[in-house]
Write a protein that binds this ligand. Sequence first.
Ligand SMILES: Cc1ncc(COP(=O)(O)O)c(C=O)c1O
Length: 441
Amino acid sequence: MGALNGHKNGVASKPNGAPAKQLIPVADRLEEGRALAQDVWSVFNAANLPADCINLGQGYMNFAPPQWITDAASEALTTVVANHYSHPKGRMRLREAIKSYYSPIFGRELDVESEILVTSGANEGQYAMFTAFINPGDEVIMFEPFFDQYLPSVVFHGGKCVYVPLHPDLSKPKLTSDDWHIDFDELRAAITPRTKMIILNTPHNPIGKVFSREELLKIAGLAEEFNLIVQSDEVYDTLVFDGKEHVRFATLPGMWERTVTVESAGKMFSATGWRIGWLIGPSWLISPTLAATTRIVFCSNSPMQEAVAAGLEQCEKHKFVQTQCAEYVERRAILADAFDRLGVRYTLPEGSYFMLLDISKLTWPEDYPFPASVENRGRDFKACWFIAMEIGVSSIPVSEFYCKEHVGIGEHYARFAFCKDVDTLKRAAERLMGLKKYMKP
Ligand SMILES: Cc1ncc(COP(=O)(O)O)c(C=O)c1O
């Protein structure tokens, strides 16, 4: 399959023609926000990998949303109103559905006018929140590894990212996502008079960590002490396993007032391309974010908002969350079993759909031909390239989710996404057995 089997390596960038002359320089923020660097998604893009490579790289599903939701999408397309602009706050049916679904969870009657904002995916909502609150020089704390969009979104607004790594307990032969810890002294030391916001992500991408109540209470204490806004990215909240409790940050004492909870229909309903998300929080945080989102996209995709509203309305009836969770537990088991058979350390995630494989012991021939896009990056870039080329399973190098100074932590891991159907995962699992001969004892 790969170079060792006579396959010609893919080239990471295949220019269509000579690049057009740059008449005028681009804004510095693109450089500073890593937006011009070749990102991990384009390096590990299907176009660069063997044609039959199984994609466990980018986190999107290879199955459709449930039919009762796609039916609602088709139906919305047949109406006139749903094909036109929505209110920038979101379509009323969706805001009502969000209110009904989340009010009991948050233990308060949510206001559809001032406490709920529909956005174009979670990502745009998060961006709009930075537009609303980040001044040049303001500092935003994020835990590493971090979802890679945070960095450019903060930097584009002149904000400064401050990174606090989560530390794996490497004394254990078998890890769960619970074994990745916050060093609270490090977190406290990261706070300065310029710190304005902290981004929390639970369940976490890519570790799968579901932060404990105790950890969240400590973060809440710091948010209170230093008067910080908390952006609580909970897009994987419906994917929590093993009876683990997903604690909503905004429900902790005093935290509603300073927290925006971020949600995504893409994750919840396997509809990542629909670009529908929503924010929930107090009006002083939601109103300025609405002002920003109105100038960024004006409003979100109307027909898909209707479909997502149907999804939330009928969730309970279809026992959707429970069923989907059980399906993900089965998918997780296939990958975990493969790594167990391989005898390589990995982190068993208690939430989300990612699994980190420790690739420290993976070896490859010294003269293995890596493309330039991989050659000068962390060791994990080479490992993921080698696995894709020789084994035919793609994954994502985790150092991409760290700042330069902390690349050495991320370099030990490859992220595999298990948001794929069972057959695909079983095929991938069989292929992964081929890694055995490349693993140092
Ligand atoms: C942690 C996290 N937050 C936010 C997002 C963005 O979600 P959306 O696709 O709804 O913009 C993702 C997507 O991968 C994610 O992993």
